[in-house]
Design a protein around this ligand. Structure first.
Ligand SMILES: [Zn+2]
Ligand SMILES: [Zn+2]
Length: 765
């Protein structure tokens, strides 16, 4: 015996397109091992041959030193007979077979998310001696576009939108050199062979001169630009220039909703907002989300950027194009200090524009010029939005940079699942094996374009992840377009999942838990099992089942959807018959609405917590009508005095389910208004009152069900003041508290919850 062994190794997870094979090659040859490495439909396969000690060392380092973008989920080994191979080789990729159970292809490998430009590429980008100096499309195995350019799997150049670009000799040499950072980097390119940037006028004509210098000059002159990014077009304007931002707002027909701002680096971010350690990690992470942070006093950003908001959404550059644009803009003595507004390229509520012809057509009336390139975007993907809560990331919109990385579920999915999600902030998800693939942010399913994104997205994900849904989970609301899509599918097992149960299941999955909890689901609207509109719910829930233990006392919603757009209607519904100053001030319009509510005409009953916030905001004169979802609550939060900790009491009406009287909080507001207590103090007391009401509800739930863990979900918990106050109170009362982190607490997390409920029902069978 020579002590020579040969071991077959299989690596599963996100291991393709992340530099795994060159890493294995370098590792194996460095240890003097022979053998081979290759990609196939299941991931990466390796055979290593050499002395026992060297093979052991290889297996240790394989997991410990894996490339930064790799996500190893499983490594399995098998002994083989030694073949005395002379060297270590890289095997060719196997092509994918046809998808689905009917075909032979099993596409288990995972496509990685789009990734911000890495430090090595940035160094080359800034190096005049490098052949990619100043090239806006530089990338390598460790960074660059992925999900947004992938048409099919396996992840290979011909199946991406880079197929149109033939590699030049130098790029091809790097691509085939296992020792090179760009070995098998599918989107690799250079100025000689890759995509090109142009600056165009709204008619589509190319403007003369260097495109980035021209773009920077236009921005500096207060003009609005459309900039083609990774997942779609952005609209850009000089964030420090009041006129420019106001112009963008007016042209985009976006009245109040905050714009995100891009700054050159972390130091520039710190000049505008308070950045704690967790927020800094999020800002600089490869996913590069928009991070919401408290705005600094006197931050040099136009007031119109985020009106009425103490928070500012900031992101750092994530493509070489962004880096170059910000650098070009900084020239002229203001190095690094020039932030730009960078907001989705769309009109009002339409989805982000991602096709070039569409961009010229739809954004032509908004942008003065277009920064365009010829690398196609295959899947439109919005920027992700996140914030830090207690040192942990909390995603508010999970999209670019995160999707399509799967969420692993220990219990797994006995059958393939499609979950269709909610109506607003829609995501869908597909699940198989141990993985849930939650889609990018689709948006509000209310126009044809968004619905097309939804249906095409589902088809794309089915192909990419080889999922043939046997179970289709959907909301109970019959009018949701996502529900209608589900019920029209043939030959599948339909599983209706109650909206707030889905919220709680989503929170459980987010935390990797499956034990029964007290689920507190507070949001705007969700269809209840009794046909009324729920939204202030205390559920005793596990993944498969729930019982409604309590809820906010129902009130009429006068005018239905009109009450959502006009918060004053909720104030009238709550306090309509009371003889109040606020009612007298509204003498013109309240009586009709109150009568409507009292007679029950077009006034569905709701236990919605979102509507309670609306009523409070209207009473305080914060807002009578809204321009974007949740605006009244957002502004009420901004108004609240952080130093005030008083709380209005609310009574709990015993019963099964019990009811919590939200109206008591509003009476607290009225009393304080009468006593001329400042609005900022009242707003704070209302928030703490809601937290106290949640605590009271959870104590009643603990008495009845004996549960000690609380899961908080629903869009209302995007309110940080409320979340901090609620978690603080619950922990002080001895509860363990679960909050969201990886998926949003808002309806963007509903699809994950639906999939979990469907799977858990299968586990019971
Ligand atoms: Zn790179
Ligand atoms: Zn090239």
């Amino acid at each position: 015996m020579t002590g020579l062994i040969r071991t077959a190794v299989r690596v599963e997870g996100v291991v393709q397109g992340v530099g795994f094979r060159p890493f294995v090659y370098t590792l194996a040859t460095g240890l003097g091992l022979t053998g081979l490495v290759g990609n196939d439909l299941d991931g990466v396969f390796v055979e290593v041959e050499g002395p026992v000690a060297a093979v052991s060392e290889f297996l240790l380092l394989l997991e410990r030193d894996a490339p930064p973008l790799a996500r190893i989920e499983r490594v399995t080994t098998r002994a083989m007979a030694p073949r005395r191979s002379a060297s270590f080789a890289i095997a060719a990729s196997e092509p994918a077979g046809p998808a689905g159970p009917g075909g032979s292809g099993r596409r288990r490998t995972l496509v990685s998310a789009d990734t911000a430009t890495c430090a090595d590429c940035l160094r080359e980008l800034a190096d005049p001696a490098d052949r990619r100096f100043g090239y806006p499309f530089i990338n390598c195995t460790n960074c660059g576009p992925r999900f947004t350019i992938v048409r099919d799997v396996p992840y290979d150049r011909p199946l991406t939108t880079m197929a149109a670009f033939a590699m030049c000799e130098q790029c091809a040499a790097e691509y085939h050199d296992p020792a090179d950072r760009r070995f098998h980097a599918q989107p690799t390119c250079c100025p000689a062979c890759g995509p090109r940037l142009t600056l165009r006028n709204p008619a589509g004509d190319v403007l003369a001169g260097e495109p980035l210098a021209g773009a920077a000059e236009l921005l500096a002159r207060g003009r609005v630009l459309a900039v083609k990014g990774l997942g779609g077009y952005h609209l850009a304007a000089d964030a420090a220039c009041e006129e420019a931002v106001a112009l963008l707002r007016a042209r985009k027909h976006r009245e109040d909703k905050p714009f995100a701002v891009m700054v050159a680096d972390l130091a520039a971010a710190r000049r505008l907002v308070e950045v704690d350690a967790a927020a800094a990690d999020l800002l600089t992470s490869p996913a590069r989300p928009i991070v919401l942070m408290p705005r600094r006093m006197g931050a040099a950003v136009a007031a119109a950027t985020a009106p009425g908001n103490r928070q500012l959404g900031i992101m750092l550059p994530y493509t070489p194009l962004h880096h170059l644009l910000l650098a070009a803009l900084a020239e002229g003595g203001q190095a690094g200090t020039r932030p730009i507004v960078l907001t989705s390229g769309n009109i009002s509520d339409e989805p982000i524009v991602y096709r070039d012809a569409d961009a010229l057509e739809r954004l032509g009336g908004i942008a003065d010029a277009f920064v365009v390139h010829d690398r196609a975007i295959h899947i439109r993907t919005d920027d992700s939005v996140a914030r830090a809560f207690r040192g942990r990331p909390m995603l508010i919109r999970r999209s670019r940079g995160y999707v399509p990385e799967p969420i692993a579920v220990a219990g797994g999915f006995p059958r393939h699942v499609l979950a269709c999600g909610a109506e607003l902030k829609n995501t869908f998800c597909l699940a198989r094996g141990r993985h849930v693939f939650v889609s990018h942010h689709i948006g509000d399913l209310e126009n044809a374009e968004t619905l097309r994104s939804f249906t095409e997205g589902i088809e794309h994900f089915r192909r990419l992840f080889d999922v043939e849904p046997q179970v289709v989970a959907h909301d109970l609301h019959p009018e949701y377009l996502s529900t209608k899509y589900a019920v029209e599918l043939d030959g599948v097992d339909l599983q209706g999942v109650q909206h707030h149960h889905a919220h709680i299941a989503s929170c459980l999955a987010d935390n990797g838990e499956d034990e029964p909890v007290i689920g507190v689901a507070f949001d705007g609207t969700g269809y209840g099992t009794d046909g009324t509109i729920w939204g202030g719910e205390f559920l005793a829930a596990d993944l498969a089942t729930f019982e409604r233990g309590g809820h906010l006392a129902p009130v009429p919603m006068p005018g239905g959807a009109a009450a959502i757009r006009q918060p004053w209607r909720m104030a009238a519904a709550y306090l309509g018959s009371a003889d109040l100053d606020v009612a007298r001030r509204n003498a013109e319009r309240w009586p009709a609405v109150v009568a409507m509510a009292e007679r029950g005409v077009n006034s569905p009953l709701t236990s919605s917590a979102g509507r309670l916030f609306d009523a409070a905001a209207a009473l305080l004169g914060v807002r009578d009508a809204i321009n974007y979802e949740g605006q009244a609550a957002v502004e009420l939060e901004q108004l609240a005095d952080p130093a005030e900790t008083g709380a209005y009491p609310a009574a709990l009406k015993a019963g099964h389910p019990f009811q919590v009287r939200g109206i008591d909080l509003l009476h607290g507001i009225i009393d304080d208004l009468t006593a001329q207590v400042p609005a900022r103090v009242i707003a704070a007391r209302f928030h703490h009152g809601v937290a106290a009401l949640i605590e009271a509800g959870c104590l009643a739930m603990r008495d009845r069900y004996g549960l000690g863990t609380v899961a908080l979900s629903g869009g209302v918990f995007q309110n940080l003041l409320l979340l901090h106050a609620t978690v603080g109170r619950l922990e002080a009362a001895g509860f363990r508290v679960l909050v969201h982190s990886r998926v949003p607490c808002n309806d963007g997390g509903i699809s994950l919850g639906q999939a979990m409920v469907a799977a858990a029902r299968d586990w019971l069978c």
